[in-house]
Design a protein around this ligand. Structure first.
Ligand SMILES: Cc1cc2nc3c(=O)[nH]c(=O)nc-3n(C[C@H](O)[C@H](O)[C@H](O)COP(=O)(O)O)c2cc1C
Length: 156
């Protein structure tokens, strides 16, 4: 953890990545986030009515959240979205129908690759321009397939 804390201190962009487990981030990521507490100092700070302990580092990190869910539907990310809201992420990428990411079907693979290109483009824009364009954000939200098609794909 000491090594990870040092990497965290040195970084200007932090990307938290987790699959959705039981409508939330994994226990592993939650544990990691809890263990970031040494980066705080015992002093209160208030942002938009939200009280927190002050960060040691006065330069705020840019936070990116990346997650995939096995089920279709945006609601799978509601709890995660709410949990990370106070960190004011600069970018959130939520991929539902996540089982498709491992597909070997050429038609599905083509759609997944187009989506992954948008993920890469988002990363490039973030690093080079310090923000992600609405065009890329819209592309990231495109469904990979309809819910009935996905159910059919899963054989459920
Ligand atoms: C314990 C457990 C709980 C899960 N809970 C959810 C869930 O609440 N919603 C959901 O969409 N997917 C859920 N999933 C599916 C995972 O999000 C999915 O497996 C993940 O995106 C990783 O994909 P992979 O299994 O193909 O590696 C769960 C998986 C596990 C193992």
């Amino acid at each position: 953890m000491e090594h990870l804390l040092n990497l965290y201190r040195e970084s200007d962009i932090i990307c938290f990545a987790t699959p959705i487990y039981t409508w939330n981030m994994t226990a592993l990521l939650k544990n990691f986030i809890d263990r970031l507490i040494p980066l705080k100092v015992p002093q209160m700070t208030e942002t938009n009515g939200h009280l927190d302990m002050k960060n040691q580092d006065s330069t705020p990190k840019k936070i990116v959240i990346l997650s995939n869910s096995g089920f279709p539907g945006e609601n799978n990310f509601d709890v995660l979205r709410a949990s990370v809201a106070c960190a004011e992420p600069i970018l959130e990428i939520y991929r539902n129908c996540g089982k498709l990411l491992k597909s070997k079907n050429p038609d599905v693979l083509q759609k997944v690759n187009v989506w992954l290109e948008s993920v890469e483009a988002a990363g490039q824009e973030l690093v080079l321009q310090n923000n992600v364009s609405e065009e890329i954000k819209t592309r990231l939200q495109q469904p990979l397939m309809t819910i009935p098609e996905y159910m059919d794909y899963l054989g459920m």
